[in-house]
Design a protein. Structure first.
Length: 157
């Protein structure tokens, strides 16, 4: 007689779900870290002009956006119908650009500050007067790298 008996009809053990909450929290944390939040709520209508030659900017963290366009319907009673400048989430005047640039430069490491761009996102129907005023103010404040945002022409695709 033997001491050990063979078990017949051995069943497969159940899958352990003990680590499932850990995996869920790791995924949640990962998506919270890599998600990019929207930078600015546009208060002006901007339909960028079309262009044939475009270059994509590499480091978007080094780009400061300046929006120029007519205020949206819900802001026209406050801001009027004339084209306006928007910096971050606020309507601004040309004189507010130096403070805006200084705040944007503070967000970036000192070694990367010479690589910063100012990107003008102007509506295609805006006159060049306000765009030229913005460019002049940028130049006065040492922001010499200026980019014009545009979209590729449909027939070039």
């Amino acid at each position: 007689m033997s001491k050990f008996k063979k078990k017949r009809g051995k069943s497969v053990p159940a899958i352990s779900t003990a680590s499932l909450p850990d995996i869920i929290f790791i995924l949640l944390f990962f998506f919270m870290v890599v998600t990019v939040m929207k930078d600015a709520d546009l208060k002006v209508d901007v339909v960028v002009p079309e262009a044939t030659e475009l270059v994509k900017l590499e480091k978007k963290s080094l780009v400061s956006y300046l929006y120029i366009g007519k205020p949206k319907e819900k802001y026209q009673n406050v801001a009027g119908n004339a084209p306006r400048l928007q910096l971050n989430d606020q309507f601004a005047e040309i004189g507010d650009i130096p403070l805006f640039l200084e705040k944007e430069r503070e967000k970036v490491l000192e070694a990367l500050r010479p690589l910063m761009f100012a990107s003008l996102r102007g509506d295609r129907d805006v006159t060049m007067g306000i765009v030229q005023d913005v460019k002049t103010e940028l130049r006065k404040n040492g922001q010499l790298k200026v980019n014009y945002s545009a979209r590729l022409r449909a027939n070039e695709l």
